[in-house]
Design a protein around this ligand. Sequence first.
Ligand code: ADP
Ligand code: MG
Length: 315
Amino acid sequence: MNEFELIQRYFTRHAANAVLGVGDDAAIVRPTPHHDLHISTDMLVQGQHFFSDVSPYALGHKTLAVNLSDMAAMGATPCWAVLSLALPQLDKTWISEFSEGFFKLAEEHGLSVIGGDTTCGPLTLSVTIFGETPPGQALRRDAAQAGDDIWVSGSLGLAALAIQQRLHSNPSIPDSVIAECTQKLEYPTPRVALGKNLLGLAHSAIDISDGLMADLGHILARSNVGADIWFENIPTHPWLANNRRAFAEIITAGGDDYELCFTAPYSAREKIAKLAEDLCCSLTRVGRIEHKKNIRLTDKFEQPITLSNSGYTHF
Ligand code: ADP
Ligand code: MG
């Protein structure tokens, strides 16, 4: 099998919403008139973003999930993607399972793969994704306002616990907990429906890839505001919640959960609670945006909590 047969067999599917999909020098799409087009790229490198023994099916899922998560964080509807692969060898079983995981998630979101690039090299997976919002409605990082509630979807720290356990095994953590956390690490759920439903409701949003403190920090910096975060309110796995203080860094600064953090005015509380019910996705208030410029993490006695590490950095 050569490169072209590989593309034809594993990466060419009907692109229902494109004018022209895989197979020409460029794809053609026709964006919805008068909508804003969102464009984002995310790359996964072996050893840096995933363990070398992860299943190819899970990797296919995650490669797309992290990109869908960026669309979710903008409130955008994902439409099209291009997929670029550097593969160390032409392993049919591996490629077939990877593409199954990738396309299963793509179909769930009505997303079309319209092109890509395939080359030989150290295992690297890169997706560029395109999505749409009605004009001017995107959930940007620079629009948080003092007084906004800070919300978080789902629960945090699970993916980071799975990574930590893999690197430095801690025998006191039950296997069932590690299994749940590994599931979350390998199969993150991009909060696309949530993001879309937050248009007109939330002021700003970001997806949590590098940890709550670090990613909320990006909203604060871009919006020129600060925040109070209530440590005990941060939603996490029940086992972590019972051991909250010992795992404070994992919960507040652990990456890879791909939940959304968003800010919204007090007046949106009821609608957000309704949204959580409708989408079967827990949404928790974890703090408030303040005029001051710093971020303060406090316990229930309003005492500050200091962290030894406040988020993942790539270098
Ligand atoms: P070119 O030589 O013009 O760059 P390629 O041989 O790289 O063309 O790709 C041929 C077609 O296959 C193009 O339409 C390209 O977008 C598509 N393609 C290549 N690799 C992938 C991939 N991994 N997934 C989806 N489409 C791909
Ligand atoms: Mg090419």
